[in-house]
Write a protein that binds this ligand. Structure first.
Ligand code: ZN
Ligand code: MN
Length: 148
C-alpha cells in the first residue's frame, strides 16, 4: 500500500520527512544481503521500539516509488530489497532463498537487440539467475556423505 502523495506548486512530490524511513534506507544501504521487509524490521526493532512491520512495508513501497530502493521479486515468497539502484544482476538460490549480486557488467546491447525485435522503446532490463548457491551445494554434498 502506497501512502497518499502530496504535490507542491510545481507538481513535485512532497514527502514528509520521516526518521523511521531514513533508518530503513540507511540500514538497507549498509548491507549486501538483499533483506526482506521482515529482515529489516527485525534488524531495526531493537533500535526503534515503536517501529511496526506495516511501517517498514509502507516505507519500502514509498522509497521504491521514489527510486531510492529496488524491489527484487524472486520465485521465493517474500520480496527482497536493494539499496543499490544502479542496474546489476542477481543470483537467487532455490535452496535457501538467498539473493546475491553477480559481479558481471550489465549487457546494454541486449536492450538494443530487444528494441529491434519488438520495435519497442526499451529503457532497461533486469536479470535474475536461479540455481543452488555454494553453501547449499556444500550442505547437500555433506548430507549425501552422511547418507552413505
Ligand atoms: Zn542457498
Ligand atoms: Mn543487488
Amino acid at each position: 500500500m502506497i501512502p497518499k502523495f502530496n504535490f507542491g506548486k510545481d507538481g513535485d512530490l512532497l514527502v514528509k520527512h520521516s526518521k523511521q524511513r531514513d533508518a530503513i534506507l540507511e540500514n538497507l544501504c549498509s548491507r549486501y544481503d538483499h533483506p526482506t521487509a521482515e529482515d529489516l524490521y527485525l534488524s531495526l526493532k531493537p533500535k526503534i521500539p515503536a517501529l511496526s512491520l506495516a511501517t517498514v512495508y509502507r516505507n519500502l513501497a514509498l522509497l521504491e516509488s521514489m527510486g531510492d530502493v529496488v524491489k527484487i521479486s524472486t520465485n521465493a515468497d517474500s520480496d527482497r530489497f536493494d539499496g543499490n539502484v544502479n542496474n546489476h544482476y542477481h543470483f537467487a538460490c532455490i535452496g535457501c532463498g538467498g539473493v546475491s549480486d553477480v559481479d558481471m557488467p550489465v549487457n546494454d546491447s541486449i536492450e538494443d537487440k530487444v528494441a529491434e525485435l519488438t520495435k519497442a522503446d526499451v529503457k532497461t532490463h533486469s536479470l535474475i539467475f536461479y540455481g543452488t548457491c555454494e553453501k547449499c551445494k556444500k550442505k547437500s554434498l555433506t548430507n549425501e556423505i552422511i547418507m552413505l
